[in-house]
Design a protein around this ligand. Structure first.
Ligand code: HEC
Length: 165
């Protein structure tokens, strides 16, 4: 009896809090620590789980890297930054600097995130506008990003200038 009463109080309290509007969804206010932890774990585990059966094609072809560079420079660097360029500000959650964290993601995880996007964040999906081959090219490029210097990036930019992307 006591347990049921306690459960009703807890569930009632949670609903009261939810509907009271007290939780602040403003991007200018950080999440509470427990919420930040929960969302972070959910994202990481969800990416791992949903990409687990994707088989990765060979990604070391230089033409794939070049194609991936063009697409990344056009569509991703504005938010995620590039060697020598900081990620965009003003988003909550912020776009991580892929030049730093990409090494922590398997290419199939990057592929899955780019294809499907991430709910309730600025991370949009590219699966409805781009082919799997294009998305693999992006994943191949992102995988190499952490080792890339400003000079490497600039050189790729010069080499790709004037070419159709
Ligand atoms: C409008 C801004 C925006 C653009 C454009 C964008 N992203 Fe994102 N991306 C985000 C944000 C914000 C997050 C963080 C989501 C989160 O933390 O839940 C994110 C997350 C990611 C992640 C997951 C990183 C992690 O936390 O594990 C990857 C990988 C990624 N983006 C790759 C890309 C690639 C590649 C492109 C270009 C094809 C791209 N994004 C374009 C905003 C953007």
């Amino acid at each position: 009896m006591k347990t049921i009463f306690l459960l009703i109080v807890i569930i009632g309290g949670a609903f009261y809090y939810l509907y009271s509007g007290r939780y602040n969804v403003a991007a200018t206010v950080p999440h509470t620590k427990p919420m930040e932890w929960m969302l972070g774990e959910m994202k990481e585990k969800s990416i791992e789980y949903h990409s687990r059966d994707i088989s990765t094609p060979a990604l070391d072809d230089p033409s794939l890297m070049e194609k991936g560079f063009g697409l990344y420079d056009d569509m991703c660097s504005g938010c995620h930054g590039a060697p020598g360029a900081e990620p965009a500000k003003g988003f909550n959650p912020p776009p991580p600097a892929l030049t730093e964290i990409a090494g922590g993601l398997e290419p199939r995880e990057t592929f899955w995130v780019v294809k499907h996007g991430i709910k309730m964040t600025a991370m949009l999906e590219f699966g409805s506008t781009h082919t799997d081959d294009e998305i693999w090219a992006i994943a191949a490029f992102v995988d190499r990003l952490p080792g890339m210097t400003i000079e490497d990036y600039e050189r790729m930019k010069e080499e790709s200038d004037g070419r159709a992307r």
